[in-house]
Design a protein. Sequence first.
Length: 213
Amino acid sequence: MSQQDDRARQAAVFDALGAEYERAFAHSEAHQRSLKWLLGRLAPGSRVLDVGSGTGRPTAAVLTAAGHDVVGLDISPVMVDLATRQVPGAEFRCADVREASFEDASYDAVCVYFTLLQMPRREQSDVVRRLTRAVKPGGSMALATVPVDVEEAEGVFMGQPVRVTSFAASAFADLALGAGLTVVSQEEALFTPAHAQATPEPHLFVHCRRTGD
């Protein structure tokens, strides 16, 4: 499968899920705590990039309601359409983060919640490094993943075929450190999505500060 075909397949997964994804994950208390951590570090009217913004809820909705300037990025046009309608106070763009360009130090914070899982490890590392440069020195980054040591593993996610790559928890923290981030705190939680085909899955939230302040 070509790189272009693989990325089209990734977009198709979330096109198919649409609002079903939001319903399955909306009750994650660990996600809400991660957003609370981020809100506690943001000055009024901060500019925040939400990578893999999905339906816009909860991340963009919570940040926008708090008065921040949010730009959401998602590979799925269906998700971008839903987010635009659900969170009109934010800006959403349909784009692949691996191909997008960002000005250095252009955001006060960046969120990357579970967006990296369908990328090879090399691409995950590259994306986090580029996003780190987009954060102002002293700014924040919130990362989340499923902390399992797998690479190019074929599976099924909410009825959709996926190919998943991730890291064990310690290696994921090392990825953040290697990108120029300082890990401020971490939380691991076991979460069961509200979906008939879901099973409990580990979640890891890593809260970081860009060094250099």
